[in-house]
Ligand binder design. Structure first.
Ligand SMILES: Cc1cc2nc3c(=O)[nH]c(=O)nc-3n(C[C@H](O)[C@H](O)[C@H](O)COP(=O)(O)OP(=O)(O)OC[C@H]3O[C@@H](n4cnc5c(N)ncnc54)[C@H](O)[C@@H]3O)c2cc1C
Length: 285
């Protein structure tokens, strides 16, 4: 690691672009060997549009914390990794949705795609022409994927088109992954995927592993066991907080709330979106 370089940057202002921040904060060696290539694989063409405002999601780890953590194999930092988790202790994560679905009963409507939102009349429309009306609407649909949104100012409506996301392919490999790690991250450009989830190493009765590849790098001709996820990661571009803040403010005036990963266009984990959903419900009651 380039200690001198990382040390020299202490006291200089933190860059506003993520790619520059990697070099400023972590030094040339970590930037060139890992952070830039890994993130270029993950974010593809958007890497250089990323801001740094979202880094508070990451633990605040100093250089000495990092060395101590490596030597002692114990996390040392203000917030080592995700400080708190809210996942169910038993049954797995899907249980949450199973029970929520049961509680909703026939109020739960599945397998319909919403393509229009009317803020003035509190209505949504699905692709087969059905409409639903409510005093309050909470939307978790990616904003860019609506065909029509009525009731927003032209300025905000236009800005939605500037929101960026990445798409991924997830591929299943039935063979055992010869490593005890659960997630493995690959910065090497010659390997198309950027990470592996080795479920077999932490989930009872699982077999094999999954690779995750940015759609721009995935070769569909060489794979037939894959899942395409168009809306995988919201991209934290430099202008995004202003776009989302104006959009959500306008919506709230109509009792329409954008919530979660796509409703807020935020890189949330699943436990956080549940926490936010509970908080919004409590606020409304
Ligand atoms: C590859 C990958 C790995 C991840 N790994 C983890 C992890 O290990 N741990 C973790 O905590 N989180 C992980 N996450 C994040 C987690 O998936 C999200 O935080 C969580 O799913 C967000 O929940 P949400 O309800 O906000 O959005 P979503 O789960 O995206 O829910 C939105 C729902 O709206 C539906 N929808 C979208 N458009 C329409 C439409 N037009 N009409 C009707 N319905 C629509 C979607 O089908 C979806 O069901 C991962 C995400 C990805 C992509």
């Amino acid at each position: 690691m380039s200690i001198a370089k990382a040390g020299c940057n202490i006291g200089t202002p933190s860059p506003e672009k993520f790619a520059e921040w990697c070099r400023w904060k972590l030094g040339d060696r970590i930037a060139d060997d890992y952070m830039i290539p890994y993130n270029e694989k993950m974010f593809s063409k958007y890497l250089y549009t990323l801001g740094t405002y979202w880094l508070d999601k990451l633990p605040d780890v100093s250089f000495s914390d990092t060395i101590r953590s490596c030597l002692e194999r114990v996390p040392h930092a203000k917030q080592p990794g995700h400080a708190n988790f809210y996942y169910p202790k038993k049954f797995g994560y899907g249980e949450l949705w199973k029970r929520t679905g049961e509680a909703l009963g026939d109020k739960l409507v599945l397998s319909k795609k919403v393509n229009a939102l009317d803020l003035n009349n509190h209505k949504i429309r699905t692709t087969n022409g059905d409409t639903y009306e409510g005093d309050i609407i909470v939307t978790t649909v990616p904003w860019k994927s609506y065909d029509e949104i009525l009731g927003l100012s032209d300025d905000v409506l236009r800005s939605i088109q500037e929101l960026k996301h990445t798409s991924i392919y997830v591929e299943y490999v039935p063979e055992r992954y010869e490593n005890e790690a659960q997630w493995v991250y690959y910065p090497q450009y010659e390997i198309s995927f950027h990470r592996i989830l080795a479920r077999e190493n932490f989930c009872e009765n699982s077999k094999g592993y999954w690779t995750e590849t940015n759609a721009d790098r995935f070769n569909t001709n060489t794979s037939n066991k894959n899942f395409f996820n168009e809306y995988a990661y919201p991209v934290n571009t430099t202008g995004k907080p202003e776009i989302m803040s104006k959009l959500l403010r306008e919506c709230e005036r109509h009792d329409v709330y954008g919530l979660g990963r796509w409703g807020e266009h935020m890189h949330y984990n699943s436990d956080i979106v549940v926490d936010k959903a509970v908080a919004l419900c409590e606020e409304m009651m």
